[in-house]
Every structure is written in structure tokens, then in C-alpha cells.
Write a protein that binds this ligand. Sequence first.
Ligand SMILES: Cc1cc2nc3c(=O)[nH]c(=O)nc-3n(C[C@H](O)[C@H](O)[C@H](O)COP(=O)(O)OP(=O)(O)OC[C@H]3O[C@@H](n4cnc5c(N)ncnc54)[C@H](O)[C@@H]3O)c2cc1C
Length: 357
Amino acid sequence: MNIAIIGAGPIGCYAGYLLAKTGHQISIYEKKAQIGLPIQCTGLLTSDFDMFDLDSCLVNTFNGLEINTSQQKIKLTQKEYLVCREKFDLHLLELAQQAGVKVYFNHSFVGKDNGSLIIKHKDQEIRIQPNLVLAADGPLSPVAKAYHFYHPQRKNYLGIQATVEGNFNSQAYHTYFGKDICPGLFAWIVPESPTTARVGLAVRKNARAYFNQFIEKNNFEVEVIQAGIIPLYHPKQKLKQDNCYLLGDAAGFVKATTLGGLIPGMKQVEILVDCLNHNKDYHQELKPLKRKLWLHLQIRKVLNKFSDRDYNKLFFLINQPKIKRVMQQHTRDNPLPLLIKTLLKEPRFLYFMKYLF
Ligand SMILES: Cc1cc2nc3c(=O)[nH]c(=O)nc-3n(C[C@H](O)[C@H](O)[C@H](O)COP(=O)(O)OP(=O)(O)OC[C@H]3O[C@@H](n4cnc5c(N)ncnc54)[C@H](O)[C@@H]3O)c2cc1C
């Protein structure tokens, strides 16, 4: 098939790579002159990442994380990876190009006219008529808007971070919860090395003010600030319309608890490619992944109603050896067994269910 992908981010390139490898003719149109920069991502991946060997872009490997609330500090053991997003994106681009994908930089999707896509390059408008269109054009997806199926109730967070110098324990990363620090989500300090860390937070409103306050409180000096929009999963977002599929951030495939989008987006790509190549029912095959994202969204809804007291209570319950043992066995990319097992071991977690209604 002749397939056009809009957006050469990690999701677009991964889709291009897998489809070209299986014999499709793929063109990727990317509005920027280059990919990977500016970096708008922390680059944390759970140990569930199994798409390719991370060696070429790995910055650090953690064996744990530390959670900080107003009253406590708890440590969890869990293996996680920190990647350089520039190298990660470039590696995927290289894989795609080696598989035969044609990548057109400085080519912006600007609209749709009946069956044609309109791509703008410098002052020129190019019309293309692919068999399929894959929209991997990020959280605001101009393609989904042109096809009129960008869900009007979708919501976004603003993530903001910087790389700072200091003294860090590079074996673990830190998260900070509390309404004065980062209402509704959390702030993070993710060490690249003992002397450098990525520091940031994500919120719905006033991101810059909370970020500045967090930086000042920790006495960090910031040179360059990176910021980006992160979509909140919306279960009613249609994923296909006519000959167009939404992928990755364009589809809102992001874990609503932590706002990580790389693994869900890449898993979505693998499912779509398998369905296209083997004539499987995409909506059926996608159900397990959508269930996971839905579960993250329910947890987010509960967390959104948390007071600082609730966070302290939650982490007090988590900070028990029997719960920590369960948390070490499952990553957040697999929330269902994690939830069931922790609930069976500690029914007091049910207290928080009241916030679901
Ligand atoms: C501060 C921050 C921290 C984050 N940390 C993590 C993390 O630790 N772990 C994690 O898993 N996720 C993280 N994320 C989320 C992660 O960055 C995204 O989920 C991921 O980048 C999604 O990839 P994508 O390819 O779908 O979209 P994008 O990376 O946004 O790529 C979309 C591409 O489409 C291009 N494009 C857009 N419009 C057009 C157009 N009209 N024509 C042509 N091209 C177009 C863009 O230029 C871009 O190259 C973070 C995000 C932010 C903002």
C-alpha cells in the first residue's frame, strides 16, 4: 500500500519502519527541518520497553525511585531507563530510512481537499493521494482536525523541564507530590549522572509559575527551558475516520497517571501494523491497550481529587513491604495486575474509590 505518515516523531518513524519492512511504500512528511530537537520529553521508559535495543540512546538506568510528599519519603525498587530523546528519535528515523521510508523535511500538512492531502513545502503546495494516511502529528493533530474527528473535549497538560547541574544520586529518580508543588500531578528530578539532572513538572495551568517555584526551592540554575503539550487520554476520541488513522499523541495515547506516551504510542503502532498486514480487526485488537489507558484515566480521576492528606495516606499504605513487593513485580505499563494484587493485599486502598464517583 501507498501510505503517507504525517509527523516524523518517534511514533511516525516507528510506524514507517515497521510498515516499510513489511513491503509498503511509505512517505513521511515532517514540518520541521530536523527531528529530535528541541527536546520536549524527559525520556523515562519502564522496563516494559522492548521495541529495540536502547544502547545507542541510553543515558542512565535506574534501579529505583523516591516519592516525596509533605510528610514522607518512600523508596521503591524498579528498573527504568532514561534515554536521550534526540538520539532516540534519530535512531528511529535511521531505522525507517534504512527500511526504505522516504522522509520529507520542511513539508507541512496544511489541509485536505476531497481525497487529496495538501502538503506545503516552502511556497509550494503539493497534493498527494495515498491509500492510507497515518496521523502521527502530535497532541494538537492538524490532520485529525482536518478530517473533523479531533474530539472537542480533549484536554492537554503543559510539561515544562530543564537540565540542571547539582549533586544527585544517579541510581534513582525523585517525584514530588503536593498541591503547593504541582497541583494535580507531580514534579520530578531525574538524574542523567551524579552532576546533571532533568527537572520538571506538568500541570493544567500556571506551569511556568510552579516550575519557577520548584527550581528556586531547590536552588537550581536553569539555562534552557523545554516545554511541550501532553495530551490526556480521551476514551471517546475516534481513532480512524475514512482512510486516516490517529497514532501516538495525536490519538491521545498517553498514560494519564504519569503522562508517558512513548510505550503506549509504540504499542499502538505495532497493533495497527499487525492488523493492516494480517487483515485483523483493529478495534478489537486495540481493546487491551485501550483498557490499560482507560484504567490510567480512572486512577487520574481519583488522584485529581486528592488532598495532600490523601497523598500521605496513599504512600503510607504503599510503603509496606507486602505492597512494595507487588509494585516491584509490575510496571505502570501493566496497571491491572498491579491494582488487583495491591488491593488484595491491602483493602484499605478501597478508601480512595470514593473519589471515582
Ligand atoms: C516535558 C515532557 C516530558 C515527557 N516525558 C516523557 C517521558 O519521560 N516518557 C514518555 O514515555 N513520554 C514522555 N513525554 C511524552 C512524549 O514526549 C510523547 O508522548 C511523544 O513525543 C509522542 O510522540 P509522537 O511521535 O506521537 O508525537 P511528537 O513527538 O509530538 O511528534 C509529532 C511530529 O509531528 C510533526 N508535525 C506536527 N504537525 C505537523 C504538520 N502539520 N505537518 C507535518 N508534520 C507535523 C511535529 O513537528 C513532530 O515532529 C513527555 C512530554 C513532555 C512535553
